[in-house]
Design a protein around this ligand. Structure first.
Ligand SMILES: Nc1ncnc2c1ncn2[C@@H]1O[C@H](COP(=O)(O)OP(=O)(O)OP(=O)(O)O)[C@@H](O)[C@H]1O
Ligand SMILES: [Mg+2]
Length: 265
């Protein structure tokens, strides 16, 4: 039904990058994520799909402790990155988020120049020894965000002055500038036109060579195009997780089938 273009790669064995066990998330009394167990592979794109409100964003935010910033939110269970508990009190969430970067649905550039939007993280993490190195990091990140050609002559202009689609590619460039090991993307293309969407999908495929990428998407075509693994969430449960080609052609659970054939959602 959907073309799963990456089928051959999906059978390739890859190491687990993030492992989640028995994860529960509550917003006050609302139990938003229930008993989720999943292993997210390295060098793989994993898509989270499911109807609105099923908990995709909530679970994604567990993976870099972004839920810590929501007062009423409580996370239980165990999540490991390379075998280390990310909720250990010794873990600095700021360092964690440099390793596990995030791109949000709504572009959120800092009120700074295009250059400084990208240079911000690398500066904090001491990634450049001098201005020339920082310039290089900025150019490389903007190229990877597929936006270099559009901004190279106005790096001092404010990031907020770009179009919505350009701002989103700027945010993707900002997220990759710190060389994260995992990139979380929550509906990253919903503000983009088809050309920018194609550029971002190409970028995601390229990032997969080195990183683990998790993308939330409402587009099943997009999930089929970019991911090797797919997780289907429904009412806070992870109903089915497997190779993207299997989920889209031969789902095991009737709820998955209903969703991908458009009967729920
Ligand atoms: N900040 C919050 N405070 C209270 N409840 C929340 C909060 N964020 C999410 N929820 C609730 O948690 C549940 C899961 O929401 P979540 O945003 O994770 O869903 P989603 O799958 O990302 O949906 P969508 O596809 O619409 O983005 C919903 O019932 C939602 O109302
Ligand atoms: Mg969401």
């Amino acid at each position: 039904m959907y073309d799963a273009v990456n089928t051959e790669q999906s059978v390739q064995q890859t190491e687990t990058k993030i492992s989640a066990r028995n994860v529960q998330v509550y917003y006050g009394d609302t139990h938003a994520i229930k008993d989720v167990d999943v292993d997210i592979a390295d060098k793989t794109v994993t898509a989270f799909i499911g109807p609105s409100g099923c908990g995709k964003s909530t679970f994604l935010r567990c993976l870099n402790r972004m839920n810590d910033t929501i007062d009423i939110c409580r996370v239980e269970g165990r999540i490991e990155l390379d075998g280390e508990d990310i909720y250990d009190p010794k873990v600095d969430p700021v360092q964690l988020r440099a390793k596990v970067g995030m791109v949000f649905q709504k572009p959120n550039p800092f009120p700074k120049s295009i250059y400084d939007n990208i240079a911000y993280g690398p500066r904090i993490h001491g990634m450049a020894r001098n201005k020339a190195e920082l310039d290089e990091i900025v150019e490389r990140a903007l190229r990877r965000g597929a936006i270099w050609d559009e901004v190279k002559d106005r790096l001092d202009a404010p990031g907020t002055g770009l179009s919505g689609g350009q701002q989103q590619r700027l945010c993707i460039a900002r997220a990759v500038a710190t060389e994260p090991e995992v990139l979380l993307m929550d509906e990253p293309c919903s503000a983009l036109d088809p050309i920018a969407t194609a550029q971002v999908e190409e970028l995601i495929d390229e990032l997969r060579q080195n990183y683990s990428v998790v993308i939330v998407t409402h587009s099943m075509q997009q999930a089929a195009r970019v991911s090797q693994k797919t997780a289907f969430f429904h009412l806070g449960n992870l109903v089915e997780f497997g190779d993207t080609s299997q989920i889209f052609t031969n789902p095991e659970d009737p709820r998955t089938e209903s969703y991908i054939t458009g009967r729920i959602g």
